[in-house]
Design a protein around this ligand. Structure first.
Ligand code: MOS
Length: 744
């Protein structure tokens, strides 16, 4: 029996063995009979019309079944109405193969279906496409004059625009005792999870499909397929038990899903479509962003004036939005604040949420400018942040439901040895390398939305808990099993969490760090409700023992129900099931935020401390060690949570030093669509990383007191690294990633 409670412990992920031994099946690995393989043809021009597509040489190959394009694609009602997905921004969702228009480079324009993957790929190479090209622009910097407010829509509910200006920024800034300002640029980044995007469609009959899809939301994909192809929801099952990383890329159904389902329904066959690594660069991404800051402070070090402006890219058809500039006003209480956010439509595909979308982008300029201002004031950067500490979110005027950021600063600084920092740049050396210390604050929303879960006491006395939620690699399976086991008083081995299947109770897309806070309370509620049902049954079965007892007195332990005030009273789950004529006992519960409870701002916080070494002779920047202290409420599983923060920290290193998709604006095309040239850190780039969880109690966020940890780990890293590089070299590089050439 696992020792209870399991919440708070470091528990290894329950599916770890399946994953490392290769028995865990991913979307492209399901064995289905008589499978056909699709390979997508992508546009090689950026804008214009397809004049002709010569598919004859491809079709002539034995084993090639069909080549779909805008001319011969099956018609579905969707082409004439709007159905988007759970994460669609305002605008018109892109519809593959709708017509001969090319809207962006790499747009899917055809699908070859053949008996083998290799044949389909080869045949795709034989398809000759003639285009009528049109003028285009993909250059954000050249088009900032066209920046405009994004349209509002349903999906932007969780992404509010910046608050209205407060006070008089210009006046306060111009008369400030100390001023700091900067211009910042963030390059485009593409999600590159290990697992490629893939869909395997099992054709059951003309109305019914079973789909193995790489997605962060089984029900999101199910609703998409049902609506797009006019099928009944109950006849579309989407299954995703394992996912080789999502990071936001699976928040929207990607085009391989459309292609695979289209081909399957038309050919009445099982079909699989897998995208190549290069094709992973033909849909969503973290947008390129240009920013400006101007901060002012008085002589005592109080921030008085705060200005942050951001311009991001979007497509011509959807207004992608993220929260970039709102954070400063939530963290540091200046009286005079102006925050601006706008977007520029370009001839590109729509950006897509990527781990801490907007937070990563906006906190970087904010935390750099804070450092610059601290230096002007001759204050330590940490002391300056403490001077401007607040427990009130100035943006909304609401207090935080909990905020142990001060403790993060304190414990992080201590573990790191921040007091040893030399404030004068270029003064600390290790051999011939310059050494620098930097720190930054991180912040991310602690959201929750609606989730449902079902708990079933089976005939064998074990409990199965069901939810449609995915596990994108974060440890959801393990954490939900813990929540259920603790509530039920059962060992982890006696609880099965069954998930990643659209047939199970509703769960939203797994993103926004809200899964534990959304599905967790539903699991807890379902298990609680099951306990209540069992108690009621016990009252009937053993009336003499339980008849007059109160549920508050019930104790559930290892499959036995007893009473606190009468330990002699006992009934086993087997007895209850037997009295229930051998039938399982089921209950389903929803959990959602109370819409009336909006008194608080809810957020997770972090403090990142980083040491860098810069070798000016060899041109190498290395993060030699880093500490991140996190306040994210109740930590359900210290091991999986630590892994989340470590993953975030490593991605922060990547963002600061390695990662960018380079666009050649003459061709409107990304140039480094492969993992050789799209740089991400390897083991040799990663040194000592430490994670500290600060104790934080929060009764407002949800019934578990837990805030998500999927995203907070990345937020503070890039600015902490940039601040450390400044401390080492005396150079402020505000254009991410900081490749060495920018330091020369
Ligand atoms: Mo996250 S970017 O909401 O998967």
């Amino acid at each position: 029996m696992t020792k209870l409670p399991t919440i708070g412990k470091a528990i290894s992920r329950l599916e770890g063995r399946e994953k490392v031994t290769g028995s865990a099946k991913y979307a492209a690995e399901y064995k289905v009979s008589d499978l056909l393989f699709g390979y997508v043809i992508n546009s090689t021009v950026t804008k214009g019309k397809i004049k002709s597509m010569d598919t004859a040489p491809a079709k002539a190959l034995p084993g090639v079944i069909e080549v779909f394009n805008h001319d011969n694609r099956p018609s579905t009602a969707w082409f004439d109405f709007q159905y988007a997905d759970m994460d669609a921004p305002p605008g018109e969702v892109f519809k593959p193969l709708k017509n001969n228009q090319v809207l962006y480079n790499g747009q899917p324009i055809g699908l070859v279906v053949a008996e083998t993957f290799e044949l389909a790929r080869y045949a795709a190479a034989l398809v000759k496409v003639a285009y009528e090209e049109e003028d285009f622009t993909t250059d954000l910097e050249a088009n900032t004059g066209k920046a405009r407010d994004p349209k509002k829509g349903l999906a932007t509910l969780l992404k509010p625009p910046p608050p209205k200006p407060q006070g008089d920024f210009e006046e306060a800034y111009n008369t400030a005792h100390a001023q700091a300002f900067g211009k910042f640029r963030h390059g485009t980044e593409h999600h590159n999870p290990m697992e490629l995007f893939a869909t395997t469609v099992e054709y059951l009959n003309k109305d019914k499909l079973r789909i193995y899809d790489k997605t962060q939301g089984t029900i999101n994909s199910q609703m998409y397929v049902a609506n797009v192809f006019g099928l009944k929801m109950k006849n579309v099952q989407v299954i995703t038990p394992y996912m080789g990383g999502g990071f936001g890329s699976g928040l929207r159904p990607q085009y391989q899903l459309f292609m695979a389902v289209m081909a399957s329904l038309e050919l009445k066959r099982n079909v699989r479509v897998v995208l190549s690594r290069a094709q992973m660069f033909t849909f969503g991404y973290r947008p390129e962003t240009l920013q400006e800051t101007k901060f002012g402070a008085d002589e005592k070090g109080n921030l008085t004036a705060l200005y942050q402006k951001a311009i991001g890219e979007t497509s011509r058809f959807e207004d992608y939005v993220e929260i970039v500039v709102n954070w400063g006003n939530m963290l540091y209480p200046a009286e005079n604040v102006t925050l601006e956010y706008s977007i520029v439509p370009l001839d590109v595909y729509t950006p897509l949420d990527m781990r801490a979308p907007g937070g990563v982008t906006g906190m970087h300029p904010l935390e750099i400018t804070m450092d610059m201002l601290a230096e002007k004031l001759h204050m330590d950067p940490l002391e300056f942040r403490l001077k401007n500490y607040t427990n009130i979110d100035k943006g909304s005027g609401k207090p935080y439901s909990s905020k142990e950021l001060k403790k993060c600063y304190e414990l992080g600084a201590k573990a790191f040895g921040w007091e040893k920092r030399n404030p004068t740049p270029r003064t600390t050396k290790r051999g011939n390398k310059l050494v620098g210390y930097g720190m930054a604050t991180g912040m991310w929303d602690a959201n929750r939305i609606l989730g449902r879960a079902q708990a079933i006491l089976n005939k064998n006395g074990k409990v199965q808990v069901n939810s449609a939620v995915t596990d994108i690699g974060t440890g959801t399976l393990t954490v939900m099993t813990q929540i259920a086991a603790d509530e039920l008083g059962l060992s982890l081995e006696d609880v099965t969490f069954s998930y990643g299947d659209s047939k199970k109770p509703f769960a939203p897309i797994q993103g926004g760090s809200w899964t534990v806070a959304t599905v967790g309370p539903a699991v807890k509620a379902a298990c609680h409700s099951l306990n209540k049902k069992l108690f009621k049954k016990a009252q009937k079965i053993k009336e003499e023992l339980f008849g007059n007892a109160d549920f508050e007195m019930a104790v559930f332990r290892e499959g036995i129900l007893t009473l606190k005030n009468n330990p002699q009273a006992e009934i086993s789950y087997e007895e209850i099931i037997e009295a229930n004529k051998g039938k399982a006992i089921k209950t389903t519960k929803s959990a959602m935020p109370n819409p009336l409870k909006t008194k608080y701002t809810k957020a997770a916080h972090s403090a990142a401390f980083v040491e860098v070494e810069v070798d000016e002779e060899l041109g190498v920047i290395e993060v030699t060690r880093a500490v991140t202290a996190v306040a994210a409420g109740n930590i359900i599983n210290r091991k999986t949570a630590t892994s989340q923060i470590l993953g975030g920290m490593i991605w922060g290193i990547s963002k600061a030093l390695h990662e960018e998709t380079y666009k050649d604006n003459r061709f409107g095309k990304y140039m480094n669509q492969n993992l050789a040239e799209y740089h991400i850190p390897v083991h040799a780039d990663i040194n000592e990383l430490d994670v500290i969880f600060v104790e934080e109690h929060d009764e407002e966020v949800n019934e578990l007191g837990a805030k998500g940890v999927g995203e907070i780990g990345i937020v503070g890293m890039a600015p902490a690294i940039a601040n450390a590089i400044y401390n080492a070299t005396g150079k402020r590089i505000n254009d991410l990633p900081i490749h060495f050439d920018k330091l020369m």
